[in-house]
Design a protein around this ligand. Structure first.
Ligand code: NAP
Length: 282
């Protein structure tokens, strides 16, 4: 097994292009031990970027992450998100403190605004500044921002300087971000973090082309779907897996390099966008 490739965020820090999602974890106490174990397995396999949110299970997912990383905090890069209604300076400070407590840590590596709400971005940037200065967060970012949102952000003083990544829906079936957002971010040397990279498991269903490509690599359709998301620099995939075999399988995807032929066949079945559409979200 090779080392997972990495990509760079502004400032030069390198992040693995394959991490772990946690949506729908922390909802059921009877699954807690298993969820902690799979996150730890993923970390051991090199998927050290862990994505969570205050929204998931009402803080329950952050608690699961906290338990999973308690004795290995320095090995992981923790991403969490706050609700748009908490995007004011004051409410961000309180939301961040709650997330820190649940995560059992003194710092969040990357703090994202989950999606845009009514709070002016300028105010949220001031909130990020406070948290960066207090060293409660190491980096700030956004989620579900389309190009027009990013441009609005970039017009504000130091707006883009604050934001190191945008987390968006991106997978073989949801390629809209390729039209303009992905190139926009790439030109500014900021990765996108692709959520639902296997379309919540849908891309694991039998699909003739996906299966044919998978067979050539002695891989599974899910692995091909993930390898496709990570095929070029500047994209980080964060599949969520609550079962150990899925975690191992997903890790294997980082070792697959798709060929031109694979990519052409996949384009035939999952066509790239031919026009601008509003960014799809979950
Ligand atoms: P996903 O990662 O595309 O799919 C997760 C589903 O796929 C789960 O049902 C999982 O099953 C299954 N799965 C995982 N690996 C598999 C494999 N190798 N073979 C077969 N099935 C597999 O979808 P997602 O959870 O929506 O997205 C990933 C993460 O992105 C989330 O967990 C969350 O952290 C983040 N996210 C962010 C936003 C946002 O607005 N920013 C929105 C959605 C998601 P098991 O769990 O049973 O293993």
């Amino acid at each position: 097994m090779t080392r997972i490739r990495s990509t760079t965020i502004p400032g030069g820090e390198r992040l693995p292009v394959l991490g772990q999602g946690t949506w729908r974890m922390g909802e059921d106490a009877s699954r807690r031990a298993a969820e902690i174990a799979v996150i730890r397995l993923g970390i051991e396999l090199g998927m050290t970027l862990i994505d969570t949110a205050e929204m998931y299970a009402d803080g329950g997912a952050e608690r699961v992450v906290g338990a999973a990383i308690a004795d290995r905090r320095d090995e992981v890069f923790v991403v969490t998100k706050f609700y748009p209604q908490n995007a004011t300076r004051e409410r961000m400070a309180a939301a961040c403190d709650r997330s820190l407590r649940r995560l059992g840590t003194d710092r969040i590596d990357l703090y994202l605004m989950h999606w845009r709400g009514d709070v002016p971005i300028k105010e949220t940037l001031a909130g990020f500044d406070d948290l960066l200065r207090a060293q409660k967060i190491r980096y700030a970012g956004v989620s579900n921002f389309d190009v027009d949102d990013m441009e609005e952000l970039a017009r504000l003083k130091d707006g883009l300087a604050r934001v190191v990544a945008d987390q968006v829906l991106y997978n073989l079936e949801r390629r809209g971000a390729e039209w303009d957002l992905l190139p926009w971010m790439r030109r500014r040397h900021r990765p996108i973090i692709a959520y639902s990279p296997i379309e919540e498991g849908l891309l694991t269903h039998p699909h003739p082309v996906l299966r044919a490509v998978a067979e050539r690599h002695d891989a599974t359709p899910a692995q091909v779907a993930l390898a496709w998301v990570m095929r070029e620099d500047g994209v980080i995939a964060i599949p969520k897996a609550a079962r150990a075999p899925h975690v191992r399988e997903n890790r294997g995807a980082a070792d697959i390099r798709l060929t031109k032929r694979d990519l052409a066949e996949l384009d035939g079945s999952f066509p790239p966008p031919d026009d601008k559409h509003p960014l799809a979200t979950r």
